[in-house]
Design a protein around this ligand. Structure first.
Ligand code: NI
Length: 137
């Protein structure tokens, strides 16, 4: 059976501030630079969700991408779009909202809810040039 990987790309806007309670004010400023500015700043995030599986013999699909889109919209996008990740999102509370930490948190929200196939990878574009991806390891 052919193993196929299908990807849906989604978009959200969110604000964050990079700040660790484990560091002093000076250390935070030095570590995160402008990303430590007290009032935060925003990004236009892109999230690629990849599901792996074998195409269904009848439908020819690994997963209906419309179902995947609706799921990600409900489980992730509705909760983080136009929100401040340090304050507004229950599953981000207490986590420094780097791209690395965001992508792991999003994985944990999605992992068990995929209706067909298996979640293979989340790829988070914080900017077109700064990317973090996670495969659940
Ligand atoms: Ni940032």
């Amino acid at each position: 059976m052919a193993m196929v990987y299908v990807t849906r790309r989604m978009h959200f806007n969110a604000a964050h501030r990079l700040h660790s309670d484990a560091l002093t004010e000076d250390e935070n400023a030095q570590t995160y630079g402008a990303c430590n500015n007290p009032m935060g700043h925003g990004h236009n995030y892109e999230l690629e969700i990849t599901v792996k599986g074998t195409p269904d013999p009848v439908t020819g699909m690994v997963i209906d991408l419309k179902d995947l889109k609706d799921l990600v919209q409900h489980v992730i996008i509705d909760k983080i779009d136009h929100k401040h990740l340090n304050y507004d999102v229950d599953f981000m509370r207490g986590i420094v909202p780097t791209a690395e930490n965001i992508v792991v948190a999003l994985w944990q929200q999605l992992r068990d809810k995929i209706p067909a196939g298996e979640l293979y990878e989340l790829k988070l574009f914080e900017t077109p040039r700064n990317i973090a991806y996670y495969r659940g390891e």
